[in-house]
Design a protein around this ligand. Structure first.
Ligand SMILES: [Zn+2]
Ligand SMILES: [Zn+2]
Ligand SMILES: [Zn+2]
Length: 337
């Protein structure tokens, strides 16, 4: 199991997980990972993909058989594991705990090679409903303080082409969300208003960064975008928790996501990127002042996508091992002299 370690200066939690596949990208090992054939997420391979946690499909279908529309399975290479205790403990002045949490994979359609903008609105609506369902279910586990949804799309960002997204339940509030909460609280102390509500009113009024406005949400490129073509989608009515979104809002959001992803796909020369859903933390960490939203960054690498969205870094190389690796190289060079 990986470890959660806290940086004592900036309070940033990092997952140190030497079992990660990205290690290959760090250490100079040849052999490039190739997409498995046949695809385990395609219909007919349900058991290879993994036993489903939940699925939407034709009425009366048996679990782990065909006839599904959206399937949720455990991620086979989870960055957090559901079993075990957090066991928070000191190591001298440092804090660490076991990397306990949930890492689920949402297979978004039976169709192997479809971008979000090519899926029907109904199909995207099913995906969003499943995200909401997982958010409501995972919060029953009191170890979890945050549920996040992350999607990496396009070829450069993921080993599996088959459309899928990740649902993560974390035992900590990640720095990315925590920083936004601090900003939201600071702004509401000054102005007694929600900063996201103010942003969306301003964007609607100005219009020059707007991509789309529907009855429930707006999509725009934010004033201080950190990445080229960064796009935010905000619900127009203040709501801290994505888990509490209504059926109407889900339907509307599906239509906007389809349109926005279409704009991104058809306007840019590259077709990969990341999308993250930020929502209020859970249990006693819940903040009614928060305003859930989606952030999209075209063409971010897989790891960068996750880290940008969560402020929660996944490092496949423990620093002790890194030091030993570098020392060994130095030793070899010295002996070679
Ligand atoms: Zn497939
Ligand atoms: Zn708001
Ligand atoms: Zn955010």
């Amino acid at each position: 199991m990986g470890e959660l370690r806290r940086d004592p200066v900036v309070n940033r939690w990092v997952i140190i997980d030497p079992e990660r596949a990205e290690r290959e990208a760090v250490f100079p090992i040849e052999e490039e990972a190739e997409e498995p054939i046949p695809c385990p997420f395609c219909p007919g391979h349900e058991l290879e993909a993994g036993k489903e946690i939940v699925a939407l499909g034709e009425p009366g279908r048996a679990p782990n058989a065909g006839g599904w529309w959206v399937r949720v399975i455990p991620d086979r290479r989870p960055i957090l594991r559901i079993e075990g205790q957090l066991d928070p403990r000191p190591e001298g002045m440092f804090d660490l705990m076991n990397a306990v949490g949930a890492h689920e994979l949402v297979v978004e359609t039976p169709e192997h090679d479809k971008h979000w903008h090519e899926l029907s609105e109904l199909q995207l609506e099913r995906v969003l409903k499943v995200w909401q369902e997982r958010s409501l279910d995972l919060r029953k586990d009191e170890r979890f303080r945050q549920v996040l949804m992350v999607k990496n799309y396009g070829q450069a960002t993921t080993l599996f082409r088959h459309p899928h997204s990740h649902v993560l339940a974390l035992p900590i509030v990640p720095k990315g969300v925590d920083e936004e909460i601090q900003g939201v609280l600071h702004y509401s102390r000054l102005k007694e208003r929600c900063v996201y509500c103010d942003i969306l009113r301003e964007e609607i009024r100005r219009g020059k960064r707007m991509l789309l406005e529907s009855s429930e949400v707006i999509a725009f490129t934010p004033f201080a975008s950190r990445f080229p073509f960064e796009t935010w989608i905000l619900p127009k009515f203040h709501l801290p928790d994505f888990g509490r979104i209504t059926g109407e809002e889900v339907k509307d959001l599906a239509a906007v996501l389809k349109a926005v992803m279409g704009m991104i796909q058809t306007s840019l020369a590259f077709s990969s990127g990341s999308l993250i859903l930020h929502t209020s933390p859970l249990q006693e960490y819940h903040r009614p002042e928060y305003h859930w939203h989606i952030e999209i960054v075209p063409k971010a690498s897989k790891v960068a996508g996750f880290e940008w969205g969560t402020g929660f870094f996944v490092n496949p190389v423990p620093p002790e091992e890194a030091a030993a690796w570098l020392q060994e190289g130095r030793q070899a060079r010295l002996e070679g002299l």
